[in-house]
Design a protein around this ligand. Sequence first.
Ligand code: MSP
Length: 661
Amino acid sequence: MRDKPSKYYVTTPIYYVNDKPHIGHSYTTILADVLASYHRLLGVPTHFLTGTDEHGQKVQQAADANGITPQEQCDQTVVRFQELWKRLEIKNDDFIRTTEERHKTVVQQTLQELFDRDEIYKAEYEGWYCVGCERFFTEKDLVEGNCPECGRKVDSIVESNYFFRMSKYQDWLIDYIESNPGFIQPSFRANETLGFLKNKELQDLCISRPKSRLEWGIELPFDAEFVTYVWFDALINYISAVGYKSDEEQFKKWWPCSTHLIGKDILTTHTVYWPTMLKAMNVEMPESIFAHGWWLTGRTKMSKSLGNVVNPMDMIDSYGVDAFRYFLVAEMTLGQDASFTEEAFVKRYNADLANDLGNVTNRVLNMISRYCDGKVPSATKGEFDTELEDALWKEAVAVADEMGSMISDMKLDASVARVMTVVRKINVYLQERAPWSLAKQEGTERQIAYSLYTAAECLRVCAALLYPVMPEKMAALRTALGMADAKPQLGKLSEFGGLVAGTEISQPGALFPRIEPNKVEATSSSLPPKKGKRERDVVSSKKKSDGAVASTKDGLITFDQVMAVNLKTAVVLEAEKIDGADKLLKLQVDLGDEKRQLVAGIALHYKPEELVGKTIVVVANLKPAKLRGVKSEGMLLAASLGDSLKLVTVEGELGPGASVK
Ligand code: MSP
């Protein structure tokens, strides 16, 4: 593990309040939250800033279109961001709005200081202006006469304006980026900025807009005819929020920022404008600026103007907050683009969360209930071999140790994937150690206890490492494991013995009930799911974490646990014997919208031909398994008494695919 930083200050871009937030905005904010949470749990003093960018043409235009004032536009939209962050379990330390006095004052003081030092001057400007990007371009910049950034039409403009002497910092900036390799990340983005700086003469930056054209902005302190260019205003939020020019002690505590998280579309503003502004202001550079890729719909950037956005609220309503956070972090290789589809979401959810993590949690907790009286067993070695346990624990320690460097290298997706490999290893370990077989032998109590303690300890480590991504579910898992504190301390993870022997465990219900993929409409078109549509298929996270902690000691299970089993009617299409397996039959069944193969131990009770055409009841969300080498994708229900066995069927003509409740 790398050395802990002495403090951690992370920011998101401040979001425009011209429209409601979408997945792109959620993604950056979730990333920042995961990073902040990780550092807090390590005991590092942490500050996480997000907020809204409330000035400029976009906001004014949105206000005009909505028939309200720009301030009303800001006040109405900011709430949508704040509400979404609350629902997404975002724990930001501060939220800055650029219309707040604490920010406006700093912007004006900065402008005045730079003007007094001749870093800002007035000049007549003739050029091309892109309204969408709110940026000026020279004739040479244009691509086929259009904006080089967004490709839209540009307007010819001649006007007096104020300029920041950005061009004079060109050589300094090239040198700074080259001698500080971690400054712009990933490194290919640093190369992108360097390419731009080396191939083009940097222009001075126009930092004003005449009020005759745009009124909604911070007035220049030295010329009341002008407002400040929105980017010059917005970037300053990163320092105005932490006490620049207002609270020296606070500023010293947090600045320089550890990581500015941004999307790749705002690379130039953050890696050219911002560093040169800071240089002119004699303020230290941020430690790093990390640009992530875009969430795409097909191959196109998801954006409001293209009308292809996925509403995060819909995803949360359908699948729960933690699953949504997990998907966004796990699915996108940080730095690259990724495509968002609901099918990909369901696939990953079922594979990682329902099957792997959910399954291992159930197995460990159920076995502790059954074999250890529902209490965390004590782990004392004895006259038995612990090679498998030692190897498993070593894996858990290794992932805990690697986490620090993966986080500082911004490999968030890889870190989650690495934890999931340990989750899978716990499953494999349980299969190999088979405590249920040990339980059939005399004198194995201590070995079973040691085995289940080790598995539970490894699960504790995984839950702690996944806590920053899935705070609600991992807190529920820790509580189920009998941990007194729902929040983990990451610094102490690698000490064997975190779980206290004798503490009662509890059953959290199905943490991640499986989602039936066939119930998800084709969404490669990215249409968001309708609100609440799949609430029946996935028990809402709230419901699950709230109640549902029923002990199995009394042999009872919770409603959620029952609801997690997906029973469906199926019609038998074909049935045949399996060579070499007297008791097994292989069935092809129709589940309504899909066909499946089942292997059932009913050959001594039914002839294959008797089964064809029967409507039976099947557990449809059982993890596929192989029986005698033959794949079985579900389990049929049958009632047995003594030697007789009868299939569970339904009365009347219901057909396949009906849900059995
Ligand atoms: N207000 C400026 C930022 C000023 S920071 C001093 C801005 N706002 S924004 O609301 O348009 O975008 C904010 C962030 O959301 C950007 O980092 C942008 O990259 C990100 N995303 C917007 N759409 C996105 C995707 N489809 N995918 C991922 N992130 C994207 O720019």
